[in-house]
Design a protein around this ligand. Structure first.
Ligand code: RIB
Ligand code: CA
Length: 317
């Protein structure tokens, strides 16, 4: 059975790979893509997303621009450091001929959830959760109507890799808009969080060898993926596939192992803003825990994930 999904992205490099994986997977029906500020400004995220859709011959998929900045008060700047100038690894892309829809991301999400039967639509977020939080604040009933919100984000400390990237223990998508994450995690929606605990696992990342193989891919889209990963692999030596892993968890749920935990978000600590605080304490009457509200990914079948990803985005066995 195909799952109807909406992707919410800040296209960047791994978002672009996530979009390619989603659109090349028969298990998913992508109703639309909404964009938001994060890695890059929302206009660049929209342009980059439209470029990827043109590459795939899928300009039929609606793209609806959303929030230009976080809900969380305070100064902010986009995170281009890892995504290169323009957001696609420094690869200059021509102005796409496809245009975004006139409908705002929040209106698109609310309309799609209303038009689909309850439990039919899944939101997959691979960016700061500003659009999803705004949708939930305007229409709280979305939380119950959505099948699930599958979100790349957070660093839950369930594995050694579960440390932060934007700060010692905060992950970028949550760090960029912690209030939005707090709203989503507390909304009552069925939330599945695919955090750095699993996305930074080396056995689930594209190694330099695999990166080199991508250059020889028989598939022009595979070679595009090679081109946009270059900056990352040069800088870090390998390329974690954060966003594609969130998409893969909807395509093949068995690839990830989740644990339902109480999770809350620090929104204002000087050192701790954006930390996703998961409570592992054993529950007993002496230690009243908050309600378990987030399914946290604690393990991933790395090789299985990479086989799915490379087969779909680059036709590599
Ligand atoms: O921390 C990883 C996340 O931040 C990914 O979504 C990546 O695209 C960046 O947005
Ligand atoms: Ca992203």
């Amino acid at each position: 059975v195909t799952r109807k999904v909406i992707l919410d992205v800040d296209t960047g490099v791994d978002d672009a790979v996530a979009v390619i994986l989603a659109l090349r997977s028969p298990e998913l029906e992508v109703l639309g893509i909404t964009t938001v500020a994060g890695n890059v400004d929302v206009c660049s995220a929209t342009r980059n997303t439209l470029h990827v859709l043109e590459l795939l011959g899928r300009t039929d998929v609606p793209v609806c621009p959303g929030a230009g900045g976080p809900i969380t008060p305070g100064s902010w700047s986009v995170g281009e450091m890892f995504h290169g100038a323009g957001g696609l690894g420094g690869v200059r892309v021509p102005e796409p001929s496809a245009r975004p829809r006139g409908e705002h991301a929040v209106d698109f999400i609310r309309r799609a959830v209303r038009e689909e039967a309850p439990g039919e639509l899944t939101l997959i977020t691979t960016a700061p959760m500003t659009n999803v939080a705004l949708s939930l604040l305007i229409e709280p009933d979305l939380a119950e109507r959505l099948a699930a919100i599958v979100s790349m984000g957070g660093a839950f400390g369930t594995t050694r890799e579960g440390a932060g990237n934007s700060s010692p223990r905060a992950e970028f998508n949550v760090w960029f808009d912690p209030v939005a994450a707090k709203v989503v995690y507390g909304s009552g929606a069925r939330v599945y969080a695919v955090g750095l605990d699993v996305t930074t696992r080396r056995d689930a990342s594209i190694s330099r060898e695999t990166y080199d193989r991508l250059a020889e891919s028989p598939d022009p889209v595979g070679r595009f993926v090679h081109s946009i990963l270059g900056a990352y692999v040069e800088a870090v030596g390998y390329a974690p596939m954060h966003d594609p892993m969130a998409v893969a968890s909807v395509i093949e749920p068995d690839l990830l192992t989740f644990e339902l935990l109480p999770v809350d978000v620090e929104v204002c600590g000087e050192l701790t803003r954006g930390e996703t605080v998961a409570d592992f304490r054993e529950f007993d009457a002496e230690v009243p825990r908050r309600r378990p509200n987030v399914h946290v990914a604690v393990d991933v079948d790395g090789p299985g994930f990479l086989r799915l990803l490379l087969g779909r985005v680059a036709s590599l066995a």
